[in-house]
Design a binder for this molecule. Structure first.
Ligand code: MG
Length: 273
C-alpha cells in the first residue's frame, strides 16, 4: 500500500469526502467532543467495511488545544498542561477502545512539547502518561504513535527509549519539523525510520525570521519547503510501506478539499516513478 491515503476528521469531514479523493486508506481524527459510543463505532465500522476503506490510525485531539504560536502550543497541546492531564489520559484510552472496535491497530496524538530535562516534573508526568497509554493500547494489540514536530529527532528518540514500551512508535509529519523549526525532515526520517509506523504528507515553510515565537506557514503539498519528491523517495528507500496520508489544515474547507485532491494526484505521480 505504498499509495496515497488521507488524514481526515470525523467532525469537519466524512468518509464520503475521503472516498471522493479516490483513496482506500486513511487516518481518522476524533475531535474531543465526539461521543464514542458502541453505536458510533458500529456505524463507522459498517461504513468503512462497505466502502472497502482501511483506517491505519485513529488520532485523538483535545478540547482547548491552540496552535496559534509556539507559546500557545506549549501551554495547551497534548499531555503537557497539568490541569487537563487526567481528562486527556482518560480520553486517549477511550479513543484506543473506539479504535479497537473499528479493528484499527494504531492510535496517535500530539503529546506536546516534552521538556528536554529528564528530571523536569512535566517530563516525568508525560512519560508516565505515555506509558499508561501504551499499556492500555497493548491490550488491544495497538501501537501508540507520537506525532513528530515539536522536538528534534534525537530528543524524540531519547524520550521513546526512556518510556521503554515496545508498542511506542512514530507518526512522521515532515512539515511539522519545518513549521516548528525543529529539524530537517529528510535526515530526521532517516534517523527515526525504524520506529515510523505511519506518515503525514504535509508541506510548509519555516517561521518568518525576526518574529519570535511564530510558527511557520502550512502549505498545499508540493508548494512548501519539505521537498515532497525527496520525502517519498526516502520513505521508499527506508522500506516504509505506506499509505502516504495527505494532510491539509487550511481553514477554508473548499480550498482544503481541493488541496487534498491535488496532493493525492501529486503523490500518485511520485509513487508511479
Ligand atoms: Mg500531522
Amino acid at each position: 500500500m505504498f499509495e496515497p491515503g488521507v488524514m481526515f476528521w470525523a467532525d469537519r469531514d466524512n468518509l464520503e469526502m475521503a472516498l471522493s479523493l479516490g483513496v482506500k486508506y486513511g487516518q481518522l481524527g476524533i475531535p474531543d467532543g465526539m461521543q464514542l459510543t458502541a453505536e458510533a463505532a458500529a456505524k463507522w465500522k459498517a461504513a468503512l467495511d462497505a466502502a472497502g476503506f482501511t483506517l491505519v490510525t485513529v488520532f485523538a485531539a483535545y478540547e482547548g488545544e491552540d496552535y496559534t504560536d509556539m507559546a500557545t502550543v506549549a501551554g495547551s497541546v497534548g499531555f503537557i498542561p497539568p490541569a487537563t492531564r487526567a481528562l486527556r489520559l482518560a480520553r486517549t484510552l477511550e479513543v484506543s477502545d473506539f479504535a479497537a472496535q473499528l479493528g484499527v491497530g494504531s492510535i496517535a496524538c500530539h503529546v506536546g512539547f516534552v521538556p528536554e530535562d529528564a528530571q523536569d516534573p512535566d517530563y516525568l508526568a508525560v512519560r508516565q502518561m505515555v506509558r499508561d497509554v501504551c499499556d492500555h493500547a497493548a491490550k488491544h494489540g495497538q501501537n501508540f504513535a507520537l506525532e513528530t514536530g515539536q522536538e528534534p529527532a534525537g530528543v524524540l528518540l531519547r524520550f521513546i527509549g526512556d518510556v521503554d514500551r515496545a508498542n511506542l512508535r512514530i507518526n512522521f509529519d515532515p512539515a511539522n519539523l519545518i513549521l516548528y523549526g525543529t529539524d530537517e525532515p529528510i535526515g530526521a526520517l532517516e534517523q527515526l525510520a525504524p520506529l515510523v509506523v505511519s506518515v503525514h504528507c504535509k508541506d510548509g515553510d519555516p517561521p518568518a525570521a525576526g518574529v519570535p515565537g511564530a510558527l511557520g506557514l502550512e502549505r498545499p503539498l508540493g508548494k512548501g519547503s519539505v521537498g515532497i519528491g525527496r520525502f517519498v523517495e526516502t520513505l521508499r528507500k527506508v522500506g516504509f510501506h505506506g499509505p502516504l496520508n495527505v494532510e491539509r489544515e487550511a481553514e477554508d474547507q473548499d480550498a482544503r478539499i481541493r488541496d487534498l485532491a491535488d496532493g493525492v494526484r501529486l503523490l500518485r505521480s511520485l509513487v508511479a516513478v
